[in-house]
Design a protein around this ligand. Structure first.
Ligand SMILES: Nc1ncnc2c1ncn2[C@@H]1O[C@H](COP(=O)(O)OP(=O)(O)OP(=O)(O)O)[C@@H](O)[C@H]1O
Ligand SMILES: [Mg+2]
Length: 215
C-alpha cells in the first residue's frame, strides 16, 4: 500500500480536484484505490456521493492520527489518496507522516509562498527523521498560453522539491467531472483533461514504484 497526500494550506488550489481525479485515474489503471477525506467541507465525499460510476470509496477521517489510521483503513488497497484541508496544520503534519508522496498543488496565477513553505518545512523535517515522504509540487489550473516560469520560478527557487511534469490546466471538464462525481476520462470529448490526468497517473505511479515499502 502506498499513500499520496494532496496538501496546501491555501484554499482553492485544486487539492480535492486532483485527489479525486488522480484517484480515478489510478483506479482505471487497475489498482484498488481509497480516498481519505480529511476536510470538514467534504468535497471528496460529495464527489463520491454524486456519481453513479464505480469510483473509489471515500472515507472521512477527522482526527490528526492518519499515520495510525491509514495503515488499518487502507490495508487492502494498493493506493490511498489523502485529500488535505486548508488551514489544518496538525492534520497536515499527520498526513505527511502517513505519506510516501506529498503533492503540493500550486496555482500559478496566485502562488502564495507562506502556506507552501510551511508544507515544505513539514516534509523536510520528516525526511530528516525517516527519509520519507517524497515531496513534489504540481501545477494546478494553469492558464493555457501563459508563461509559467515567470510566475512560479520565485516560489520554487530554493525550496528543493521537484515539480511534476504533469499538471492540470484550467478547464471546464474538471468542474464538470467533480459535479457529476466521475473522472474527466468518464466524460465524452474531454480529451485534453483526460490526457492530463493519465499523464499525472503514470508519473505518480512511477514515483511510488521507486519509494521503498515501509518496514
Ligand atoms: N483544473 C481546473 N480547471 C477548472 N476548475 C478547477 C480546476 N481545478 C480546480 N477547479 C475548481 O476550483 C475550485 C477549487 O478547487 P478544489 O476544491 O479542488 O481546491 P481545494 O484546494 O481542494 O480547495 P479547499 O482548500 O477549499 O479544499 C473548485 O470550484 C474546482 O471545481
Ligand atoms: Mg478541498
Amino acid at each position: 500500500m502506498k499513500v499520496v497526500s494532496l496538501l496546501n494550506r491555501k484554499g482553492g488550489v485544486g487539492k480535492s480536484t486532483i485527489a479525486c481525479q488522480l484517484a480515478r485515474g489510478i483506479q482505471l489503471d487497475g489498482r484498488d484505490v481509497l480516498i481519505v477525506d480529511t476536510d470538514a467541507q467534504g468535497t471528496a465525499s460529495d464527489w463520491a456521493e454524486s456519481g453513479d460510476k464505480d469510483t473509489p470509496l471515500v472515507v472521512k477521517i477527522d482526527r490528526a492520527t492518519l499515520e495510525d489510521d491509514i495503515p488499518k483503513a487502507g490495508q487492502q488497497y494498493d493506493v490511498v489518496i489523502i485529500d488535505g484541508a486548508a488551514k489544518a496544520e496538525r492534520m497536515n503534519v499527520s498526513a505527511v507522516k502517513a505519506s510516501d508522496l506529498v503533492l503540493i498543488p500550486i496555482q500559478p496565477s496566485a502562488v502564495d509562498i507562506w502556506p507552501v513553505k510551511e508544507t515544505v518545512e513539514i516534509i523536510k523535517t520528516r525526511q530528516e527523521v525517516t527519509g520519507r515522504p517524497q515531496g513534489a509540487f504540481v501545477i494546478s489550473r494553469a492558464i493555457t498560453g501563459t508563461n509559467l516560469a515567470s510566475s512560479i520560478g520565485d516560489v520554487l527557487d530554493g525550496l528543493e522539491l521537484s515539480l511534476l511534469d504533469a499538471r492540470t490546466h484550467q478547464r471546464v471538464a474538471y468542474a464538470e467531472a467533480m459535479g457529476k462525481g466521475v473522472g474527466v476520462m468518464d466524460l465524452n470529448g474531454r480529451d485534453k483533461a483526460t490526457s492530463e490526468i493519465e499523464a499525472m497517473t503514470n508519473e505518480v505511479l512511477d514515483i511510488l514504484e521507486q519509494t521503498p515499502a515501509v518496514a
